[in-house]
Design a protein around this ligand. Structure first.
Ligand code: FAD
Length: 290
């Protein structure tokens, strides 16, 4: 099953999750617990991240294969151009397709390969190059990243939307970076519509888990933290349980606004913890598994 077909044939909004490949026995145990809890929900697909620098090459592959085999989940494998030469990327795509994995999230990653040396002719510099390779040579269903506030390296929001529109000429759909007010998503959709692009864009949802993590991730991704959201969270700075409850509530309110706008689905960055994801699912879809 391809994600673009899932989106086209949906009878309601999709619900998908992002997971990290575990890299220690403790992380493995946490993921198993989370997967057990997530199996109570209707999860349309699960995307699996790829470590910058290629550090999770085998771990990502194993989790992609295991989620499908052991949990019956539809996996979407993340892959980054920054980590690899074209030859390596082709070998990875070859291996996936030979095992029946047809869904890819094509990303550039950080830092780009060219920042550690000169990019040789024929190497892939941007996510669009990987999207094209996976789509044209391997007939994969390809998703790409979208940045509701513009990518931090882009000269500006409109310039990044030009690049995103080009990516979506090649790719089948996009998943956004996290954001906290629905108007950010509306602005991105409007910018794409202005450029004649109407491919699906699934909003990425991240419930804040701690102020320091949120600030670090916002800085890295270029996402802003609205003053209203910051002040709601600051009240719980010394109360982790209260912080988590408020962060979950903020995410639920955002999901409710997005669903009212008619989004194709919600993609939740789980950080391999199920509690918040389960709470979001139950709040917006009820507690049924499917
Ligand atoms: P690109 O689309 O290549 O864009 C990067 C920059 O280059 C932008 O500023 C863009 O405007 C510009 N640009 C694009 N194309 C061109 C062009 N042809 N010419 C000139 N400039 C251009 N990172 C990981 O390492 N592993 C992951 O698993 C991962 N998963 C992610 C999942 C989601 C949903 C999102 C939103 C991000 C994820 N990231 C991941 C982070 C991502 O790799 C970074 O945000 C990265 O900095 C940009 O990736 P991109 O795919 O958007 O790059």
């Amino acid at each position: 099953m391809r994600v673009d077909e899932l989106i086209a044939n949906r009878t309601g909004p999709l619900f998908s999750v992002e997971l990290w490949p575990p890299r220690s026995p403790a992380a493995e145990a946490r993921l198993e617990t989370a997967l057990g809890e997530l199996s109570r929900l209707r999860v349309d697909f699960a995307s699996i991240t790829y470590g910058a620098g290629g550090s999770t090459r085998e771990h990502t592959h194993e989790l992609v294969v295991r989620l499908r085999r052991d949990y019956g989940l539809l996996p979407v494998a993340h892959l980054v151009t920054a980590a690899h030469t074209r030859e390596d990327l082709e070998a990875i795509l070859e291996r996936y397709t030979s095992q029946g994995i047809v869904n890819l999230l094509a990303l550039r990653g950080d830092p780009p390969l060219e920042s550690t040396g000169t990019l040789a002719p024929g190497e892939l510099a941007h996510a669009i190059d990987l999207a094209r390779l996976a789509s044209e040579k391997y007939s994969m269903c390809v998703g790409v990243a979208a940045h509701p506030e513009g990518h931090p390296e882009a000269p500006g929001f409109e310039a990044d939307m030009d690049r995103l529109a080009e990516k979506l000429e090649v790719a089948d759909y996009a998943i956004t970076q996290f954001f906290y007010t629905a108007d950010r998503y509306a602005r991105l959709r409007d910018a794409l519509a202005k450029r004649g692009v109407d491919k699906p864009v699934l909003p990425g949802i991240m419930a804040p888990t701690s102020l320091s993590t949120l600030k670090r991730m916002a800085e890295l991704s270029g996402a802003s933290i609205p003053a209203g959201v910051a002040s709601r969270l600051e009240r719980y700075e010394d109360d982790p349980a209260g912080f988590q409850a408020e962060g979950t509530q903020i995410a639920i309110e955002l999901c409710t606004d997005l669903l009212a706008m008619g989004v194709e689905g919600l993609h939740v960055f789980t950080m391999n913890q199920a509690a918040t994801t389960v709470a979001i699912h139950e709040a917006v879809f009820g507690s049924q598994a499917g």
